[in-house]
Design a protein around this ligand. Structure first.
Ligand SMILES: [Zn+2]
Length: 407
């Protein structure tokens, strides 16, 4: 693709990012320097019209929350589950959103908002980009990266490991989003690791997802007191329940194995734990690090890779995926991400034509799950807020203009 970016020396406007989930939409407004200005959260209306309508409302809400108006917004990015064609700005098979047939989401939202450029990306990829952006300046929840001593390049090289309903990872490598030729990069949840393991929703057997996901955890330790299963498990283990200790250890070992797989495959600088299960926070991080140390005990090779230090948590006080969507919203035709404006046909430059159908429209679906309601409870509240002292800078995670998928 020819370079069309020479007349666009830098970001010149605010951007809005939305993380559109089955129950809620999280929104983030970034300023021209990539600093987080405001966030919003509101219930998702289902169905194609509902998704467009509630997305438009979220954009207006988050701009209002900052005391600004739409004229300051130079671009909008959306992260959404389903099979996403980033170049065309469309999504289909977003089962949890009531979207089946292909929905020209970018074009319709752009139209609803007076022609602002809109880009669409899958929810996991925006989470990876958001994590890179936030870790750049803010540091991980455990304070390891982002303390000001690390080169920014480190933060632009990570895997976002989403431990949600399913498990999958988004990859930002050398500052670029890695989607893969068929959009399957990072789909480690469906790497079979046990030929005798349980059947997986993807049709294989013994996939990592059957051991590592929130679904697997809930099956191994069903919620007994109405709170999320991971929370109850960790509490019981802390209280000395021997069965809980065993289940937690097995889970930590399985997450550690997924981390090891990611590092041994792409050798990313960080593996960021996200998704609903990662809401456990530091206690999860600690048991995973313990497992990584243990797994490296007999292997000087593994030990030399320093896996425990590479694992961190996604920031929990910020809508990571929405921030990542806003970062992507800064990029339009100049880098081929296929931002769609009203009355401007979507770019159709050469890239893989259609996303492959992904496993996981069903219960095995990975979920960026950056929100706290991973138990799937519907949320009716609408909250809009401007975070105090939020100060993040654009990490500059570049993206390639191709299509994506992921349900
Ligand atoms: Zn599978």
């Amino acid at each position: 693709m020819t370079n069309t970016s020479t007349n666009r020396s830098g970001p010149a406007a605010h951007t809005v990012g939305l993380d559109i989930g089955g129950t809620k939409i999280l929104g983030a407004l970034l300023d021209a320097e990539g600093g987080l200005v405001a966030t919003t959260r509101l219930a998702t209306e289902l169905g194609p019209d509902g998704v467009v309508r509630s997305a438009a409302r979220a954009v207006r809400d988050v701009v209002d929350a900052a005391g600004l108006n739409l004229s300051v917004v130079g671009g909008i990015g959306l992260g959404i589950p389903g099979i996403v064609d980033a170049r065309a700005g469309t999504v289909k098979h977003a089962v949890n959103l009531g979207v089946g047939d292909e929905l020209p989401l970018a074009e319709r939202l752009s139209t609803a908002l007076g022609g602002i450029t809109v880009v669409v990306e899958n929810d996991l990829n925006v989470a990876a980009v958001g994590a890179a952006h936030l870790l750049e300046r803010g540091g991980g929840a455990d304070g390891t990266p982002g303390t000001g001593t690390s080169a920014s390049a480190k933060h632009e090289d990570l895997a976002f490991l989403a431990l949600g309903t399913g498990v999958a990872s988004g990859l930002v490598m050398d500052g670029r989003l890695r989607r893969g030729v068929s959009g399957a990069a990072g789909e480690i949840g469906h790497v079979p690791v046990d030929p005798a393991g349980p059947d997986c929703s993807c049709g294989q057997r013994g996939c990592i997802e059957t051991f590592v996901s929130g679904t697997a955890l809930a099956a191994a330790w069903p919620s007994r007191h109405g709170r999320p299963s991971p929370v109850e498990l960790f509490e019981a283990a802390d209280a000395g329940d021997a069965a809980a200790v065993r289940v937690r250890k097995a889970f930590a070992d399985a997450v550690a194995a997924a981390v090891r797989l990611l590092v041994l495959t792409v050798d990313v600088h960080y593996v960021v734990l996200g998704g609903g299960v990662a809401q456990l926070g530091r206690p999860l991080l600690e048991v995973v690090r313990d497992s990584l140390r243990e797994q490296a005990e007999a292997s000087p090779f593994l030990a030399s890779l320093g896996l425990p230090a590479r694992v961190t948590l996604a920031p929990m006080d910020v809508p990571v995926a929405a921030v990542g969507a806003a970062v992507l919203g800064r990029r339009d035709e100049r880098d081929g991400t296929g931002g769609v404006r009203r009355a401007r046909p979507a770019a159709s430059a050469g890239s893989p034509e259609r996303p492959v159908s992904r496993p996981g429209d069903g219960p095995g679906t990975a979920d960026t799950g950056t929100g706290p309601d991973e138990d799937g409870r519907p949320e009716a509240d609408t909250r809009t807020e401007a975070p105090a002292g939020a100060d993040t800078a654009l990490a500059g995670a570049e993206t390639e203009g191709t299509l994506t998928w992921r349900s």
